[in-house]
Design a protein around this ligand. Structure first.
Ligand code: AMP
Length: 190
């Protein structure tokens, strides 16, 4: 199963991706998680990433694209993947669509998590108390949401056109278990 998830920060797509990854035993590729793991290296790249990520801005494509393609081509992802947090802008989207075509990789599902802004702000602030993330403050959340609405949200329409019949929207304000079962039902028919 090969899936791409869209949705604003705090929409719960990471939670659903982990649940699903465990259930069907395929890797969850969260670009946010991959980048956060690089912060531990404490090298020059880590310093650059830390500066960008703690401000809520997007990491340059020149860093992200090779990381994502290396993962997608690895044996680990041969039987499938759940891509979460990528693509995030038009150039990443063009790059990914081209990469999938070049490597004859077919997506099975594209899921767009929809929710209202107040709900995501509340959820991110709650998460901040638990995870202690440097980008979960109210100012940085606003930057991340601005980036989402200006750069990422328009990509859902591109994927909707490109992957007709495989794209669906999910109301991310529902209970976790309800969202989980809606996704499962879609997977059965994918
Ligand atoms: P996330 O955990 O998905 O909210 O990502 C946390 C941060 O990592 C984002 O605010 C960005 O700074 C960076 N990031 C994650 N994915 C991407 C991406 N596809 N393109 C650029 N930056 C990203």
């Amino acid at each position: 199963m090969k899936l791409v998830l869209f949705g604003p920060p705090g929409s719960g797509k990471g939670t659903q991706a982990s649940l699903l990854a465990n259930k069907i035993n395929i890797p969850h590729l969260s670009t946010g998680e991959i980048l956060r793991s690089k912060l531990d290296d404490k090298d020059e790249l880590a310093q650059e990433l830390s500066k960008i990520m703690s401000s809520g801005n997007l990491v340059p494509d020149s860093i992200l694209n090779p990381i994502v393609t290396e993962k997608l081509l690895s044996n680990h992802c041969k039987s499938g993947f759940i891509l979460d947090g990528y693509p995030r802008n038009k150039s990443q989207s063009d790059f990914l669509i081209n990469f999938l075509e070049q490597n004859s990789i077919d997506l099975d599902l594209v899921i767009n998590f929809t929710t209202d802004i107040d709900t995501v702000k509340y959820r991110i602030l709650e998460r901040a108390k638990i995870e202690n993330r440097s980008d979960d403050t109210i100012e940085v959340i606003q930057t991340r949401l601005d980036k989402y609405f200006s750069e990422t949200q328009p990509l859902a329409n591109i994927f909707k056109d490109k992957f007709k019949g495989k794209f669906f929207e999910i109301n991310a304000m529902q209970e976790i278990s309800k969202i989980e079962s809606e996704i499962e039902n879609r997977l059965k028919n994918a």
